[in-house]
Write a protein that binds this ligand. Structure first.
Ligand SMILES: Cc1cc2nc3c(=O)[nH]c(=O)nc-3n(C[C@H](O)[C@H](O)[C@H](O)COP(=O)(O)O)c2cc1C
Ligand code: SF4
Length: 651
């Protein structure tokens, strides 16, 4: 490990004491469940996931939330069940694997309370008050004294189980609107008894959980607390409230650290449109008020940003979740002074938050596949070949990178004058310019390798290849479908025009119609956002019953606020019939009723088709041809990079 003194990030790489444990640095892996869990126990894949990140040099690993009692477990048993004795051997193996790599390990424990997550439980939901979560259809059961005592004891028992299985400590999940947070928050605790009625009584549940864990585990076992400094919900906790909670904890029921976050379920994993280091300022306030060791997290996107927050006194340690999903070797690269080689998380939340069926990452196909020999640790090519890769979007760039790393002679051909492909249009959507960080990263990596990049060169047939290649990889992406003049009328624009050329200034009535094709994805909603930003008042019509159905939950809310601020209206279950001369006619797909609206600009989502010559052209000339990404079928970044990776490790 690089000594702190010679590190480019000396504060980040300096040791720190938390409770009775000295950490080798101030880099914390924030809790994030992988769903690589069977019957409530972490699998070997989950253990490998943690082990690899510990090997890179993380100081403290906080494992994803584990449930403390059967009444908050899920029927699918994809959350770790720390209360179940049968799970303990696997927990012990995971703790040992992490500690063997020099990291400390703390287990986060949770009761979800009224947040059912997937509505799949064999028990009624429990909560301090019978107030329905906005995210679930049914109200919870109001806990009585017996319920409360049972759950407090369950927290203590899970903490003891973590201690018995070799963990360095436990973290109470008091954030994100789960049960402890539900007791703390005036939005969810409307009781008027010993457990609610004023701020002090709302804190009692937390205090009793802290005391029960201390009684059961002693003072030498790290006890941490995660709090949402601002719940970002109506009537919820705000920073002055949390400040009082942190002060009271420090004074009367001290914990060994505070981990500070913002938001509640559905809003705490901030996407690329949100500011970096989102919770740093709030962490600084709680740190100053409580004097507790404080971890700040949320969208720390680089070691430099983390170093700056430490220098500013906003925190004692910095937490990262998605940064380590996107690059397991983040810490080692930062320690070696190779921060510019870190593969960036680009905050799409599309894959890591889908849990389908376990953690994936759009930019890192290795995440969750650490033990899969087809992915991890690719080998040098047995016989170096000349590989021509056609198409310089993310798929082509990634395939070129890995093939070159394996020793192949790679030429990357791109028809336009720059790399990035259609992903450049995705980055043109308001607030999403940071998606370019991935393209910049791939370009930097390609520059380090003997990859010949040939721009402005369209390859359409075998003879087009300047040098003979043994193998061709087609990564030619997708093209937007053209507008149908008969159907759409002459004044109508295609979605891609807006992303490629920018939104026009409003004219006429200033009203615009955006017609989705029902896909509910960024390609349409990003156009609507661009038009709103340009000053248009948008009506968004879609054949779907859902608005923005393919956009991850944590991005939908801020997106709809941005659209709503511009006065956007929605016409679900409807289709554009005809547009022209300042009007658009819509038809309801359920009633058949027609509706005329003012629209001086009409933009239509036309969809995309595979681009390029297709593999047949090359294979008939006797060349080995592979296709990856959108030219197979237009999809998303994650599939493009996944297919590039899967091919390039074996070609
Ligand atoms: C896949 C995933 C799972 C998560 N699970 C948990 C969890 O179990 N407990 C928790 O407190 N936060 C959880 N989080 C939130 C993270 O701890 C963290 O606060 C959030 O991702 C913001 O930090 P980041 O920008 O470094 O990713 C999860 C985040 C992700 C991406
Ligand atoms: S899936 Fe997206 S948001 Fe999640 S870690 Fe990967 S790049 Fe980041």
């Amino acid at each position: 490990m690089t000594p702190a003194g010679s590190s480019p990030f000396p504060r980040l790489f300096s040791p720190i004491e938390i409770g009775s444990v000295t950490l080798r640095n101030r880099i914390v892996m924030l809790p994030h469940g992988t769903s690589m869990v069977v019957d409530g126990a972490p699998t070997d894949d989950d253990i490998a996931y943690y082990e690899e990140r510990a090997r890179s040099g993380v100081g403290l690993m906080i494992t994803g939330a584990a449930v403390v009692s059967p009444d908050t477990a899920r029927r699918g048993r994809k959350l770790i069940e720390t209360y179940d004795e049968r799970v303990l051997p696997a927990l012990a193996r995971r703790a040992a694997a992490v500690r063997a790599q020099g990291a400390a390990i703390v287990g986060q424990i949770i009761h979800l309370g009224r947040e059912s997550i997937g509505m799949e439980s064999d028990y009624p939901l429990l909560a301090p008050s019978p107030i329905r979560s906005p995210r679930d259809p049914f109200p919870p059961h109001e806990m009585d004294d017996t319920d409360i005592r049972r759950v407090i004891a369950a927290f203590a028992r899970s903490a003891a189980n973590l201690q018995a299985t070799g963990h360095d400590g436990v973290e109470i999940h008091g954030a994100h609107g789960y049960l402890v947070g539900q007791f703390l928050s005036p939005a969810t605790n409307r009781r008027d008894d010993g457990w609610g009625g004023d701020p002090a009584r709302r804190m009692r549940f937390l205090f009793e959980v802290i005391d029960a864990i201390r009684t059961s585990c002693g003072q030498d076992f790290i006890l941490g607390l995660r709090l949402s400094a601002d719940e970002e919900q109506a009537d919820g906790l705000e920073l002055p409230d949390t400040r009082r909670i942190a002060e009271a904890v420090a004074r009367d029921h001290p914990v060994d650290y505070l981990s500070v976050t913002l938001g509640t379920r559905g809003g705490y994993v901030k996407d690329v449109t949100q500011p970096e280091a989102t919770a740093a300022r709030a962490a600084g306030v709680l740190r100053a008020a409580s004097g507790l060791v404080t971890i700040a997290g949320q969208r720390f996107t680089s070691p430099a940003l983390a170093e700056a927050a430490l220098a500013d006194g906003q925190a004692d340690a910095i937490g990262f979740a998605r940064a380590f999903v996107a690059d397991a070797d983040w810490v080692a690269k930062a320690a070696r002074g190779e921060a510019d080689r870190i593969r960036p998380c680009i905050g799409l939340n599309q894959d890591c938050r889908a849990f389908a069926p376990h953690l994936h990452c759009a930019v890192n196909p290795l995440a969750g596949r650490e033990r899969d020999p087809a992915f991890a640790g690719f080998l040098p090519a047995a016989e170096p070949r000349r590989i021509a890769i056609v198409g310089g979007g993310p798929a082509g760039m990634e395939a070129a990178r890995i093939a070159a790393l394996r020793g192949h002679l790679v030429t990357l051909y791109e028809a336009s004058d720059g790399l990035g492909g259609q992903f450049l249009y995705a980055a043109a959507i308001p607030g999403r310019a940071d998606l370019l960080n991935l393209i910049d990263h791939l370009q930097r990596e390609l520059r380090r390798l003997p990859v010949e990049v040939v721009l402005d060169r369209r390859i359409e047939q075998p003879d087009d290849l300047a040098e003979q290649a043994d193998t061709i990889v087609l990564a030619t992406g997708a093209v937007p479908h053209l507008l149908d003049p008969d159907r759409h009328g002459s004044g109508v624009r295609a979605w891609i025009d807006i992303l490629r050329d920018g939104a026009p200034a409003p004219h006429g009535s200033g009203q615009a119609l955006v017609q989705d094709d029902g896909s509910g994805f960024w390609w349409t909603y990003g156009v609507a956002n661009a038009l709103v930003d340009a000053g248009w008042q948008v009506t968004l019509s879609t054949p779907s019953a859902t608005i923005a159905g393919a956009i991850p939950a944590e991005s939908v809310a801020p997106l709809l606020v941005r659209l709503g601020t511009g006065g956007t209206r929605y016409e679900p279950l409807s289709e554009l019939l005809h547009a022209g001369e300042g009007i658009a006619d819509l038809i309801s797909l359920t009633s058949g009723a027609e509706k005329r609206i003012e629209a001086d600009l009409v933009v239509v989502q036309t969809g995309r088709s595979p681009a390029g010559p297709g593999p047949g052209v090359f294979s008939t000339a006797g060349l080995e041809v592979h296709t990856i990404g959108d030219c197979v079928a237009p999809r998303r970044l994650s599939q493009a990079l996944f297919e590039a990776h899967r091919l390039a490790v074996r070609v």
